[in-house]
Each structure stands twice: as structure tokens, then as C-alpha cells.
Ligand binder design. Structure first.
Ligand SMILES: Nc1ncnc2c1ncn2[C@@H]1O[C@H](COP(=O)(O)OP(=O)(O)OP(=O)(O)O)[C@@H](O)[C@H]1O
Ligand SMILES: [Mg+2]
Length: 361
């Protein structure tokens, strides 16, 4: 350089001013951006620093920055798309599975189970679906068992009647002793059939909630006395005594229905009581509930039967020789539950059974 002062920016920098600008190159004849700055230490000017860059270089740098920014943006965009796609998929997959599961349930495949892995809201939903599937499966099972039992219980008396009638027609009627027995048989079976159909209708109505309870104030003592009066002849015939020990309580309910429930319980107590034994009926108030217990001194209920005797058609004596079909307790339970109450049983084999009814006052 012959004359540094001619270089743009140097003179100003020597005058301690910072300069930046645009000028032709010092050695080359290209367009450049420059900056010139004084170097001052302790108030003393030591020299000047001048730097320049060609426009081309600058543009190249600039382009690199622009492309880097753009590239990063595109990369982030793609990453976001990928992540949201992945999230959406991982959310929609279980929903899809549940949808298919619900469709299978709807088409009658009960009892299937969904796999549950994590513990978020979707798994809660899966848990509920599993529970629903289980419940539907057991209801379906109950329905089949019910139908099988109904047809069995209906067929037996009908075929008995048919066989007896046939025998009567084929000559049994000529012997008065035999024909009497056969007619008695037909009468018994027909009664049994009509009772069974009545029970089934009751059960169906209670189940469907069609039975409207005609609620009124009932004196608990008089209700229980009515029930005892209704079975008085049977009690006398079997030489069973009844002790009633009921507090003066008023409850709300449908007296006819409650009577039916009590009669079913009394019927069982009488059936399972040995001669010369006693049935004890108590009634008391416990908090906001009326508690009625019916205790007999019969053979009691086996532990294995305790949890099942309230099921429809469940009878303890599997031989089915007894006359019961196993609907009495099921009906009693439904009547009491329709009143907002509950019924339990406790028993030890050989020491009788105690049925306890809880009814809201
Ligand atoms: N007091 C009782 N003592 C012993 N076992 C009982 C007693 N009450 C009920 N059970 C048992 O519970 C079963 C179910 O009773 P439930 O009243 O429902 O039917 P059932 O008496 O056999 O027939 P149904 O009442 O329809 O004539 C009975 O078969 C019997 O084994
Ligand atoms: Mg019964």
C-alpha cells in the first residue's frame, strides 16, 4: 500500500471513529463490505483494525445461514409430523381394538377379554369393557340355564299327566282304587304345573320391573300373623309350632307381595322342619331398617349351597325328588329387593336355617 489514508475507513478510524461501509477492494477491484475500528488502550491510539469481505463471500455466507435455517425448519416440521402421526397412531390403535371388541360383543361373542397394558384412561375403558363382557357372558349363561330349567320343569309334570291319562284310558279306570290314585296324580301334577307357571310369571314380571308395588303402610305384626294363619293347617298337620316375637313396627310396602315373600320362606321352613319342632319369627328395628328373621330347627343348609339357594331353580336336594322347583327364594329375594331391602341366610348343618330380611322403614 502506498497510501493507507486512501483506504476507505482508515482515516476516520485514525480519528477514533468506527466506520463501516461499502467500497471497492484495496488490492482487488471487487465490491466489498468493510469495517474499520480504532484500537485504543488507556486513551492511547495503538492502531486501526480494518476488515473487509467481498459481496460474493457475504452473499455466500448469507445463503448458508438462510439454507441452514430453512433446512432446520423443514427438519423440525418433518419431525413434528412424524411424532404427531406416531402419537395419533398409538392412540387410535387401542381405540380401533376396542371398537372391534365392541362390535364382537354386539354380535353376541360374550366373555372375550381385551389385553390391558398401561394404566391410562383408555385402559380404564378397556377394563370397563372387560367387565361388561364378563357380565354379559354370565347373563347369557343364566338365560340359557333358565330356559333349560323351565322346559325341564314344564315337561316333567306334563309327561306325567299324559302317561297317567293314557293308563286310565287303557283300562286303569276300571279298578276304582287305581283310578282314584291316578286321578289324584293328575290333579297334583296339574296343580304343580299351574303353581310353576304362576311362579314363572311372577318372576318374569319382577325381573322386568313391570310389577308395580302398591305401597301402603303395613303393620309388620299383622303381616306376619297373616302369613302364619295362611299355613296354619300345614303347621298342625306336621305338628310344628310357631313363635312370633315381633315389635310394633310400621313399614312401607306392597302387603300382598311381602306376604308372598314371607309365605315362600315359611313354606321352606315347614318343608325342612322335623315334626314337633318350632319355627321362630322375630321382628325388630335396627337403625332405619326393620329386621325380620325366620328360624327353623330343620337340617339346615349345606355350606356349598348357602351362596346359591337364592338362584332361580336352585334346589339343595339334587335328586329333585322334593316337590320344589327352586323358585321360592328367588321370588322372595326379588320382592324384597324391589322394596329396597335385602335378604340373607345363615345356617349350620343340623342346626336349622335362619333367613333374615332387612326392609327400609
Ligand atoms: N329353611 C330351609 N332349611 C334348609 N334348606 C333350605 C331352607 N330353605 C331353603 N332351603 C334350600 O334352598 C333351596 C332353594 O329354596 P327355594 O325355596 O328357592 O326352592 P324350593 O323350596 O326347593 O322350591 P319352591 O320354593 O319353588 O317350591 C331348597 O331346595 C333347599 O335346599
Ligand atoms: Mg321354597
Amino acid at each position: 500500500m502506498k497510501n493507507w489514508l486512501e483506504v476507505p475507513g482508515i482515516r476516520a478510524a485514525l480519528e477514533r471513529k468506527e466506520v463501516q461501509g461499502f467500497a471497492k477492494g484495496v488490492l482487488t477491484n471487487d465490491d466489498r463490505l468493510f469495517i474499520a475500528q480504532p484500537i485504543v488502550r488507556n486513551g492511547q491510539l495503538l492502531g486501526v483494525l480494518r476488515m473487509s469481505i467481498t459481496l460474493q463471500q457475504f452473499q455466500r455466507q448469507f445463503a448458508i445461514v438462510i439454507w441452514t435455517v430453512l433446512g432446520t425448519l423443514v427438519f423440525i416440521l418433518l419431525l413434528c409430523t412424524f411424532i404427531s402421526e406416531w402419537l395419533a397412531r398409538s392412540l387410535s390403535r387401542p381405540i380401533q381394538t376396542m371398537k372391534n371388541f365392541a362390535i364382537r360383543l354386539g354380535s353376541g361373542h360374550f366373555g372375550d377379554k381385551l389385553q390391558i397394558r398401561q394404566s391410562n384412561e383408555l385402559d380404564q375403558l378397556a377394563l370397563e369393557l372387560n367387565r361388561m363382557s364378563e357380565r354379559l357372558a354370565s347373563l347369557d349363561q343364566e338365560r340359557r340355564a333358565f330356559l333349560a330349567n323351565v322346559s325341564h320343569e314344564l315337561r316333567t309334570p306334563i309327561s306325567n299327566v299324559l302317561v297317567t291319562v293314557e293308563a286310565l284310558r287303557n283300562g286303569a279306570a276300571s279298578d276304582p282304587a287305581v283310578s282314584d290314585r291316578f286321578f289324584q296324580n293328575v290333579e297334583d301334577e296339574t296343580k304343580r304345573l299351574s303353581r310353576l307357571i304362576g311362579d314363572l310369571l311372577d318372576l318374569g314380571r319382577l325381573e322386568a320391573g313391570v310389577t308395580l308395588l302398591e305401597k301402603q303402610h303395613i303393620q309388620l305384626v299383622s303381616l306376619i300373623k297373616r302369613a302364619v294363619r295362611a299355613v296354619e293347617t300345614r303347621l298342625q298337620n306336621s305338628q310344628i309350632s310357631v313363635q312370633v316375637n315381633v315389635a310394633d313396627l310400621q313399614i312401607q310396602g306392597d302387603s300382598e307381595r311381602l306376604l308372598q315373600a314371607l309365605l315362600n320362606l315359611l313354606d321352606n321352613a315347614i318343608k325342612h322342619s322335623p315334626p314337633n319342632s318350632q319355627i321362630l319369627i322375630t321382628g325388630s328395628k335396627e337403625g332405619k331398617q326393620a329386621v325380620v328373621t325366620i328360624r327353623d330347627q330343620g337340617q339346615g343348609v349345606k355350606d356349598s349351597d348357602l351362596s346359591r339357594i337364592f338362584e332361580q331353580f336352585y334346589t339343595g336336594d339334587h335328586s329333585r325328588k322334593g316337590r320344589g322347583v327352586g323358585l321360592g327364594l328367588a321370588i322372595a329375594k326379588r320382592i324384597i329387593e324391589a322394596h329396597g331391602g335385602s335378604i340373607t341366610v345363615s345356617s349350620k348343618v343340623g342346626e336349622g336355617a335362619t333367613f333374615t330380611i332387612y326392609l327400609p322403614i
